[in-house]
Ligand binder design. Structure first.
Ligand SMILES: Nc1ncnc2c1ncn2[C@@H]1O[C@H](COP(=O)(O)OP(=O)(O)OP(=O)(O)O)[C@@H](O)[C@H]1O
Ligand SMILES: [Mg+2]
Length: 402
């Protein structure tokens, strides 16, 4: 393809993979970069959508102007219009001066609207207006303002379903997806899963000063290639990081992978889901919620085992124990699990048989997720498989103190 070299792009952005589907996505991103067309990126959770808008911006004529990425699911409904479109002085209590908003700030540049499916309906109407006319009206003003912003939006939810349910405007959808990009799930990228395993194994070994990175036996390669990876690359990264810490044997076999839920069989793939990759939504049936709790308990049990092992290794003086941070489901940002967590985890694991009160358990799982993420709500929401806004609401409804 003239004008750019995919290998260079991959190196520059740390993208691993040779699969043709990934190359097609990158080609599309680079081709549309020179235009002002809106781009809509769809793909399951953890497939790597977030790097695409950055590539588009950097390869466009807008690259000298601002690139602003916004997670639409994390801005409270009450302030989202003002944050996006700005407000004028006096428009509400506390508005003591004019505020530009992201559409003003990103003028000439690119705005990445992540989790766009989470936008409230009134905000969708305002967004549609900008896309149609290039104008927006700040909160409390009557004066339209011009802006020249390139929109890239992304979602991991089935937007067609949201449209059918009246949660997302169809006209906005068509405006947003002038160019539609589908990030393929990891299970459809052939050998890439093995390349990614090797890359994460090397990164993780370097991070924890472990001299020998994990390696896959030929049989284990087959297993990682046939497993479904419902949490995609994020899940793979987490599994490799956990194995890197827990497995003394550096040659990974199918049996070892099975211990982390990575198996080729269809039945076991469900149980293999880690909390970070669970896409259960609060509106789904009770069985799904119960399944989610079961999976979290399974994961929490693993954390307890890890902590026990860590504490016994500290006594025996294992070679890499001093570099180990505490285990984390959201491996990208390790955290420390306190002894209170362990009590709670064991408590929950033991209660599993008897205590199936949904509300009570939901509250406890939210409290654990918050503690594990050190009150970083975005990480806690990811662990719980719900949107940040849903998490805000549940924290408020349950009166959870952080
Ligand atoms: N091809 C790749 N090579 C290396 N790392 C990758 C690749 N694709 C994704 N990753 C890594 O996987 C993780 C998940 O990617 P990302 O955050 O972009 O997912 P996402 O599609 O936005 O998921 P979600 O919808 O849940 O937000 C990140 O740590 C990212 O750096
Ligand atoms: Mg994302």
């Amino acid at each position: 393809m003239a004008g750019y070299d995919l290998t260079q792009i991959k190196t520059r952005y740390g993208i691993i993979g040779r699969d043709s589907k990934l190359d097609t996505v990158l080609d599309t991103a680079l081709q549309v970069a020179k235009t002002n067309l809106a781009v809509f990126i769809q793909g399951e959770s953890g497939v790597g959508k977030e790097i695409i808008p950055r590539i588009i911006h950097d390869s466009s004529l807008r690259k000298t102007k601002r690139y602003i990425a916004i997670n639409c699911g994390s801005i409270p409904e009450g302030t989202i219009d003002s944050e996006l479109f700005g407000h004028v002085k006096g428009s509400f209590t506390g508005a003591d001066r004019d505020h530009d908003g992201y559409f003003g700030a990103a003028n000439g540049g690119t705005l990445f609207l992540d989790e766009v499916g989470e936008l409230p309906l009134p905000t969708q109407v305002r967004l549609l207006r900008v896309l149609e006319t290039g104008e927006y009206i700040p909160v409390g003003s009557n004066e339209p303002r011009k802006t020249d912003v390139r929109i890239v939006a992304a979602t991991n939810v089935k937007i067609e379903k949201a449209i059918r349910e009246g949660k997302f405007r169809e006209d906005l959808y068509y405006r947003l997806c002038t160019i539609s990009v589908k990030m393929p799930p990891l299970r459809e990228r052939g050998q890439d899963v093995v390349l990614l395993f090797k890359k994460f194994a090397m990164d993780s070994a370097a991070l924890y000063n472990i001299p020998e990175p994990l390696r896959l036996t030929p049989e284990a390669e087959k297993v990682v290639m046939s497993y479904k990876w419902p949490g995609n690359i994020r899940q793979l990264k987490n599994v490799v990081e956990q194995m890197n810490i827990l497995c003394k044997d550096r040659l990974v076999t199918p049996e070892m992978l099975a211990g982390y839920g990575v198996t080729p069989s269809a039945e076991s793939t469900d149980l293999a889901l880690r909390p970070a990759s669970i896409a259960a939504k609060e509106s789904e049936p009770i069985e799904q919620t119960l399944k989610m709790m079961q999976l979290m308990i399974q994961s929490l049990k693993m954390d307890v085992e890890l902590l026990k092992q860590k504490s016994s290794e500290q006594h025996t003086g294992s070679h890499f124990v001093h570099q180990l941070p505490a285990p984390s489901v959201q491996i990208e940002q390790p955290h420390t699990i306190s002894s209170a967590d362990i009590d709670e985890v064991e408590d929950i694991a033991m209660d599993n048989e008897e205590d199936l009160n949904l509300e009570k358990n939901e509250k406890r799982l939210i409290e654990i997720a918050l503690r594990r993420s050190r009150n970083r709500r975005n990480l806690a929401a990811k662990d719980l498989g719900i949107s940040e806004r849903t998490l805000y609401r549940k924290i408020r409804d349950y009166g959870i103190e952080e």
